[in-house]
Ligand binder design. Structure first.
Ligand code: FAD
Length: 291
């Protein structure tokens, strides 16, 4: 189908884009990579009167490490994240996740901000941001606010973003050493959305036990979520197979998958357990390497 008619603007500055969102409240949509929005327009599931293309806004695709952690601009593409030297050196979880998103075309165009704002329940980034206790920075004409990833993804395609806000960056805190994190994605074919996606992060204490854990799950509930039962099953325990199995069982019990073309509920729960265990094994190996 052909999209309904719309106007198009390409502001050069953040404040211009934010003002447009206020002036055109309700009938303007931000255009980032367009890989989710354009299909919606073509299917006429969305018909905004104005698209606000943010590609010319300086600094929106920066990726920098600061004392607060890694700051990734909302307009950074999956490919920019995947190929960034700082990310490769210190954030292997992000490399895992970015490299498994769609195909090269999707990774060239799709952005982390677009992915989070769109909030497809099968997207990969939300699980990563939840597991790492990341924050999401939103700007509007009246200033900025920071929302924890754990409180950002409210429901299917629903987030904490207000219509006049723009997602400018995500901040991923640097985990204390020794820590390790990994992403495990089950997909039917390479490039598909996840059947199950698991982001896991572990920190180890001086006694070698797990001192902190983050588990984010995608595609197995109405929205990505923190598997807090699985996290509780990890903290205070040795990072061994028995602990990982217990966390996998807890995560499977917490998940709320539906039956669809990816498989029935029982299969998905079994796959949650398996993918949690796999992500934890990799995360623990990476953590041990930092000791
Ligand atoms: C064939 C295909 C395969 C894919 N496979 C995967 C996959 O395996 N895993 C995965 O996670 N994703 C996958 N995706 C999704 C893709 O990776 C993009 O992340 C996603 O399409 C949204 O990012 P975008 O930059 O294209 O956003 P857009 O399509 O431009 O925008 C999406 C929505 O977010 C809003 N928005 C965009 N940027 C902002 C911002 N900065 N602030 C506020 N609101 C904003 C827009 O207004 C719109 O409502 C796939 C997409 C396709 C088409």
């Amino acid at each position: 189908m052909i999209p309904a008619q719309f106007d198009y603007v390409r502001p050069a500055a953040l404040h211009e884009a934010l003002q447009i969102l206020v002036d055109r409240q309700g009938d303007a949509k931000i255009l980032s990579g367009g890989y989710s929005l354009l299909p919606l327009l073509k299917l006429r599931l969305a018909s905004p009167a104005l698209l606000v293309d943010i590609r010319d806004i300086d600094g929106l695709d920066d990726i920098v490490e600061t004392t607060n952690g890694l700051r990734i601009g909302g307009r950074a593409t999956h490919r920019q994240i995947h190929e960034n030297p700082v990310v490769i050196a210190g954030y292997p979880l992000l490399v895992d996740a970015a490299g498994g998103i769609g195909d090269p075309q999707v990774r060239n165009w799709g952005t982390i901000g677009g992915s989070c704002a769109h909030a497809d329940p099968s997207s990969d980034w939300p699980a990563v941001l939840i597991a790492t206790n990341a924050s999401i920075v939103l700007h509007s004409v009246s200033g900025s606010r920071t929302v924890p990833a754990r409180g950002f993804f409210l429901d299917t395609f629903q987030t904490a973003i207000e219509p006049t806000e723009l997602l400018t960056e995500v901040i991923i805190p640097r985990a204390p050493r020794p820590s390790g994190a990994a992403y495990a994605k089950l997909e039917r074919r390479a490039g598909d959305f996840a059947t199950v996606g698991v982001a896991a992060q572990l920190s180890l204490g001086a006694d070698g036990r797990i001192s902190a854990a983050g588990i984010g799950l995608t595609a197995v509930a109405e929205a990505p979520f923190a598997a807090t039962g699985a996290e509780a099953a990890l903290v205070g325990h040795e990072p061994n197979e028995a602990t990982f199995q217990a966390a996998g069982i807890a995560a499977a019990a917490e998940s709320r998958p539906g039956t669809d073309s990816h498989g029935p509920i029982e299969y998905k729960r079994a796959m949650v357990k398996e993918m949690v265990v796999r992500a934890l094994r990799s995360a623990a190996t990476r953590a041990q390497a930092q000791r």
